[in-house]
Design a protein around this ligand. Structure first.
Ligand code: SF4
Length: 121
């Protein structure tokens, strides 16, 4: 058994939790959470943590390069962040974009889209 400290980010309370990992690599105990969502957060964090990805794509125009803020439509697995950033860096963007446009439909095989976070004409 081992103990891991986690901060639940589900709500602004930011409960600091102590999570006990059993010999079978699953959560055997969780303390410090003040509601059941803390345990759900801890299970996700332990199995396959996810994060929202925010970045910038470069739109190529005749006049030069324009940065376009982008984000993942939903959180993606942290283990795919590097591949997702590579996809964002390598994907050409040559057309005007509107807020919410899907720029990469399935980034890094995550099943999550990268969308425009701002309109850039
Ligand atoms: S455990 Fe519950 S109260 Fe604490 S941060 Fe998570 S969601 Fe909020």
């Amino acid at each position: 058994m081992k103990k891991v400290t986690m901060c639940c980010t589900t709500c602004p309370n930011s409960c600091e939790m102590t999570v006990t990992i059993g010999d079978d690599n699953t959560i055997a105990d969780c303390t410090g959470n003040t509601c059941p969502r803390g345990l759900t957060f801890a299970e996700g964090e332990w199995k396959d943590p996810v994060r929202l990805l925010t970045s910038t794509m470069i739109r190529i125009t005749d006049a030069g390069q324009i940065p376009v803020p982008v984000k993942s439509a939903t959180p993606i697995p942290r283990r795919l962040m590097h591949d997702a950033m590579e996809a964002i860096r390598k994907t050409p963007l040559t057309h005007p974009v509107a807020l919410g446009d899907v720029l990469i439909p399935n980034v890094a095989g995550s099943g999550v889209a990268i969308v425009a976070a701002r309109t850039v004409n």
